[in-house]
Every structure is written in C-alpha cells, then in structure tokens.
Design a protein around this ligand. Sequence first.
Ligand code: NAP
Length: 270
Amino acid sequence: MPRSQEPTIDATRPRPAAVITGASAGFGVEFARRFADRGYDVVLVARRRAPMDALATELEAAHGITAHVVPLDLTDADAAARLLARVDELGLDVRALVNNAGFGTYGAFAEADPARIAQEISLNVTAVTLLSRLFLPGLLAAGDGILVNVASTAAYQPGPYLAVYAATKAYVRSLTEALWQETRGTGLTVLALAPGPTQTEFFEAAGSEKFKVGQMLPVPEVVDVAFRALDRRNTPPSVVAGYRNRVTAVAAGLLPRRLTLAVAGRLTGE
Ligand SMILES: NC(=O)c1ccc[n+]([C@@H]2O[C@H](COP(=O)([O-])OP(=O)(O)OC[C@H]3O[C@@H](n4cnc5c(N)ncnc54)[C@H](OP(=O)(O)O)[C@@H]3O)[C@@H](O)[C@H]2O)c1
C-alpha cells in the first residue's frame, strides 16, 4: 500500500525536491534523511557548510539522490528570495518545504538582548512566513506538495522566561493552521509539528536546560510523528509529539489562563 505522500513516479517530471532549513543539526538532519529515503532530492539550508556537506555525501551515497547544500543565514533580509532564486537556478521541482530552522533564548525579558530578540523573531517568524509565501505557489502547482513548519509545545501556552520563543512558536502554529485551512482541497499537505523537549543543539543555543519541560523523545521519534501525520489521508493542521505532551497542550488550553501561567512559570522560572 503506497504511503499517500510518497512522490508519484512520473517519468515526464524531474525528481521531486525537498527544501529543509536548519539542516546542519538536529531535526533538520533527520527530515533530510527521511525525504532522501523517500526518493526526494534535498536542498540543505543553514549557516554551517561543513555538516551539510557531510550529510549531502551520506545521503547521495545511501539513496542515489542529489543533495544540494545552500549555506545561508535566514535572518538576512533577502534570504527567502535568494533561496527561491537558487532552487529556480538549479531547476528543481520543489515539492516539499520544511521550515525547521529556529532557536530560543532563556531569561528574563527585561534583561534580554534586543539584538538577539530581533534575530529570533527574524528566524522563527519572518523567515518561516516569507519562505512559506514564496514557495507556496510552486508547492500548490505541484499538486502533491508538502509544507511542514516546525513549531513547539511552547506554542500551546505562554512561556515565562522564554517569552519571545513561545510567542514566535504560537505564531508559527497559528500561521500554519491558517494555511492548512486556506489550501484545503488543493492537494497540498500542510502541517505544524510541535516537538516537546528533544536532545539536539537547541539547549546549547538557548543557553539553558530550563527549556526541558515535558516528555522527551528521541529526534527520529519526533520526525516519525510528522511523517505519520503527513501520511494520513486527512493530515491534521498540527501535531504534538508525545502522548504526555499532547495531554499537556490540551490542558493548557482548557485551564484558566492564570493557572496555566502559574504552572508554566513554576516549570520554566529562574
Ligand atoms: N530541540 C527541542 O527541544 C525543540 C523543541 C521544540 C521545537 N524545536 C524547534 O525545532 C527546530 C529545530 O531545532 P533543533 O532542536 O533541531 O535545534 P538545533 O540542533 O540547534 O538546530 C537548529 C538548526 O537551525 C539552524 N539555524 C540556526 N540559526 C540559523 C540562521 N540564522 N539561518 C539559517 N539556519 C539557522 C542551525 O544551523 P546553523 O547553526 O548551521 O545555521 C541548525 O541547523 C527549531 O525551530 C526549534 O525551535 C526544538
């Protein structure tokens, strides 16, 4: 039984390509492996070239696909446009986009570095929005396109001491769910993935282990959750990885806001 999102074999079309941001570490590496395993060429995007070159070599050898490495700082003002121009130049049939690159910051908002806040919003919000916008027409035209935006369990309640991060992820979830509705019936599959705390380079970048709130799953299990959702006939607008994380997300929406904030504050407070 073929999986519904596997690329259709059509000799008249080039191989499908998946663009994955944040492909030098963590979830992005696993997303690239899964798409390559499904026969997609991959476009690996992040700032660090060396780990992406190594991944490209691995994927080309293991799966016989072509892996393109595009070193790019997605907080640059013209990054989204440059990435689209690059895939056009390569002549790729982009049928999947995974907006995965993102980072968090831990600490009291009153003491946060304004420049870092701007970077965080630029990567987690602006780049996700503009890449979704610029790639959407092509993904829609593909007829079987996939758009995955990586949110977080932090999207389901405000995050004291990770206020900006939680707000950016609430935005990603909201944007993605709206796009899910707008594109219903077009053949495009849209999904917001909400991982719980997962051992990647994320905590190092965030400067704190305080982000480790909730059920921890290994990276491959989190990405499995995304692909299982994508393979469903009726992909949901968003999916939370981990049963206990799903229960917490639902509870956060049902409890009085003061209580949700008090619990969140106790878990992530300094
Ligand atoms: N790990 C968790 O606990 C967790 C939980 C929920 C959600 N998430 C979300 O999952 C996504 C992936 O994070 P991860 O856990 O895999 O963390 P990670 O291991 O730190 O990976 C982050 C990726 O984003 C890239 N990136 C960072 N800044 C960038 C920039 N300015 N331009 C381009 N690429 C950039 C990094 O590559 P370079 O440094 O090479 O640029 C790296 O490839 C993020 O959106 C994160 O918010 C993570």
